[in-house]
Design a protein around this ligand. Sequence first.
Ligand code: CP
Length: 304
Amino acid sequence: MKNLIDILDLSLDEIFNLIETAIKIKNDPSRYLEKCKYKKMATLFFEPSTRTRLSFEAAMYELGGNVIGFSDAQSSSAAKGESVSDTAKVISCYSDIMVIRHPKEGAPLVASMNAAVPVINAGDGGHNHPTQTLTDLMTVYLEKKRLNNFTIGFCGDLKFGRTVHSLISTLCRHKNVKIILISPENLNLPSYMISNYINKNHIECIEANDLESVMPELDILYMTRLQKERFTGAQDFESLNNSYILTLNKLKSAKKDLCIMHPLPRVNEIETAVDADPRACYFKQVLNGKYIRMALILKLLEIE
Ligand code: CP
């Protein structure tokens, strides 16, 4: 049995195979309508979600399977004090595969150590969000026709943003990727990310104070919202909240084929006028997320 807890659980070949399968499904979804007939997926969401939970559920339904689960910890026996490990043992009796989002880093790993079925991490605290990263990589591949040789800027909350951490950790395995980090001083990328991934893999990386100065250089711009739910009282959310807002005006100096990405939800960091720009890819990401999750479910259930 295989789980997906960290994006680095997958080799680059495995990731590419998943993207290829997802593209095949996207191009001919009718071939996959009964692949998961009689299979059940459990979605255990201890934290709010729109895209990840509903795309997993749509993915399983479009594969002909069924879905059980909860979208709020308060409606599960976690509210009575049940542990993640016991929950995983229990849900294994009802499902063939389990998807878990939890505010505590490491909770999906604990679930996987106690489950009798494959476990997928749907986001754990500020740590990792591997299926968002698969979504992001599929989008880069469809937009750029390559997964190497580009400059990518990460803008916003690089401290708490788990989508950023996941994507950077795997991009550091790719050839000729330059990373530009644009964040308020208090929301810099954690030092373990710099040492364990960027420096260890000799990745070219610079920090910038503003979007405008680096915009002409970027092939991909990865915007993120401030992760308000992970701020502690000592951190001043309000003073940082408007630090970086992408506007049409700021895009004037950008490349014609810039790919603007955002894992969503958006709060105020991309003005809505940008949505109509052909370089805006964040709603394409949403759709790709369903197909790559279909491919992942098939892989973990070992269905051809
Ligand atoms: N991108 C993402 O994880 O969105 P949700 O929080 O809505 O699942």
